[in-house]
Write a protein that binds this ligand. Structure first.
Ligand code: NAD
Ligand code: WQD
Length: 338
C-alpha cells in the first residue's frame, strides 16, 4: 500500500514509518521538521534498507499537499503531524488550533480531491479528561482539559462528521496512552527539545547526568504508592497498532475509535525502579507538589483493539526502559549529535 505519513520524522511517526517499510509498504513522509530532524528518516532507511520519500512542508500548505498527493497517489494516510505539549498549549493556544486543526483541514481536502479514502489519526488518552475513573473504554464520555486536548477532541468530531457524509471513508482514530521506549537498535527514539515534559525522557536524562534529579509530582494520590499511575505503551507496539488499524480499515469502512495501551497502570516510582534495573544507574528524585492538571490515574481498557484489530501490546515497561537507555546512551544529544 502507498501510505502518506504526516509528521513521519517525529517520535511515533519514525517508528511507524520503519514498521510500514518493513512490511513492504511504500511511504511518503510530509513533515515541516518543526519538532524533529530528518536524521530520524536517514536512520530508518539504514535500518530497513529502504528509503521513504520525504517532502519538507507544513501540512497546512495546500500547494505542497496537492503536489504530494498528485505525485504519490496515496491509498491511505496516517496523520501524526501536530503540536503536542499540553503546558505550551495553554500559553500559545492559537498556534495549537492553527497547526492541529489547520493541517487536518488541508489534509482532508487533499484526500477528497485525490480520492484517498483511508485515514488513521493520532488521538490521545487526554480526551478522557478527568471525568471518569479508569480503565477507559472508547465509549466513555470525553472532555479535554487543555487547548491541546481540545484540538484532539475537535479533530475526532470533524473526522466523525466527514465519515458520516462520505460512506466510502475509512477513519481510524487511535487514542494513545503514554508512549515510551525506542527502537531496540538504539538508532531512533524520542528527542525532545529543551527540558523534557514527559516522565521517561526526563528520567533518561537524569540517568545520563544531563539533569541532577527527577521531580516526582506528588505522592499523595489515591494510588498504591501515592504517585500518579499511567498506561505506558512501548512505541514499537504502538507503531504495530497503526499497521493493524490500516489492515482493519481495508475491510471495514466508517468511523472507528481504538485505545492503544497496555491496560496496565504503572506509577512514577515503578518507572524509576524499572529504569534503575534496566540501566544499573541510580535515579535521584525528590517529591514535589502535584503538577497542575495531572490526574491520579489513567489506563486503557484494551479489549476493543484486541477484538477488532487483533492487536495487543507485547513489550514491557522493562523493555521500554532498556531501549530508552540504549538510545539515550548512544545518542546523548539526540539526533543533533549525528
Ligand atoms: P513529534 O513532535 O515527535 O512528531 C510530530 C511531527 O509532526 C514532528 O516531526 C513535527 O515536526 C511534525 N509537525 C508538527 N506540525 C506539523 C505541521 N503542521 N506540518 C508538518 N509537520 C508537522 O510527536 P509524537 O510524540 O511523535 O506525536 C505524534 C502524534 O501523536 C501527535 O499528533 C501527538 O499529538 C500524538 N500523541 C502523542 C503522544 C505522546 O505522548 N508522544 C500521546 C498521544 C498522542
Ligand atoms: C506521567 C506521570 C506525572 C514528569 C502527557 C499528556 C498526554 C499524552 C502523554 C499527548 C504523571 C509524572 C512527569 C516529571 C513526574 N501526550 N511526572 N515528573 O501527563 O500522563 O501525559 O503525555 O497526547 O496528553 O498529557 O505524561 O509523562 O508528563 O507524566 O512525576 O518530571 O509522571 O505527574 O503522573 P502525562 P507525563
Amino acid at each position: 500500500m502507498r501510505v502518506l505519513v504526516t509528521g513521519g520524522a517525529g517520535y511515533i511517526g519514525s517508528h511507524t514509518t520503519l514498521a510500514l517499510l518493513e512490511k513492504g509498504h511504500e511511504v511518503l513522509v510530509v513533515d515541516d521538521l518543526s519538532n524533529s530532524s530528518q536524521e530520524s528518516l536517514r536512520r530508518v532507511a539504514q535500518l530497513t534498507g529502504r528509503t521513504p520519500g520525504f517532502v519538507e512542508a507544513n501540512v497546512r500548505d495546500e500547494k505542497a499537499m496537492d503536489a504530494a498527493f498528485a505525485d504519490f497517489q496515496p491509498e491511505a494516510v496516517i496523520h501524526f503531524a501536530g503540536w503536542k505539549a499540553v503546558g505550551e498549549s495553554t500559553e500559545i493556544p492559537l498556534t495549537y488550533y492553527r497547526e492541529n486543526l489547520g493541517s487536518t483541514f488541508t489534509l482532508l481536502e487533499a484526500m477528497a480531491k485525490h480520492g484517498c479514502k483511508t485515514i488513521v489519526f493520532s488521538s490521545s488518552a487526554t480526551v478522557y479528561g478527568d471525568i471518569s475513573e479508569p480503565p477507559f473504554t472508547e465509549d466513555f464520555p470525553t472532555g479535554a482539559t487543555s487547548p491541546y486536548g481540545r484540538t484532539k477532541l475537535m479533530i475526532e468530531q470533524i473526522l466523525a462528521d466527514v465519515a458520516a457524509a462520505d460512506p466510502e471513508l475509512r477513519v481510524g482514530v487511535l487514542r494513545y496512552f503514554n508512549p515510551i521506549g525506542a527502537h531496540e537498535s538504539g538508532r531512533i527514539g524520542e528527542d525532545p527539545k529543551g527540558i523534557p515534559n514527559n516522565l521517561l525522557p526526563f528520567v533518561a536524562q537524569v540517568a545520563a547526568g544531563r539533569r541532577e534529579k527527577l521531580m516526582v509530582f506528588g505522592d499523595d494520590y489515591p494510588t498504591p504508592d501515592g504517585t500518579g499511575t499511567r498506561d505506558y505503551i512501548h512505541v514499537v507496539d504502538l507503531a504495530d497498532g497503526h499497521l493493524a488499524a490500516l489492515d482493519q480499515l481495508t475491510e471495514h469502512d466508517g468511523y472507528h475509535v481504538w485505545n492503544l495501551g497496555t491496560g496496565q497502570p504503572n506509577s512514577v516510582l515503578d518507572i524509576v525502579h524499572a529504569f534503575e534495573a534496566a540501566s544499573g544507574v541510580t535515579i535521584p528524585y525528590e517529591v514535589v507538589p502535584r503538577r497542575a492538571g495531572d490526574t491520579a490515574s489513567s489506563y486503557a481498557d484494551v479489549s476493543l483493539a484486541q477484538q477488532e484489530l487483533g492487536w495487543s501490546a507485547k513489550k514491557t515497561v522493562a523493555d521500554a526502559c532498556a531501549d530508552t537507555y540504549r538510545w539515550q546512551s548512544a545518542n546523548p544529544n539526540g539526533f543533533a549529535g549525528a
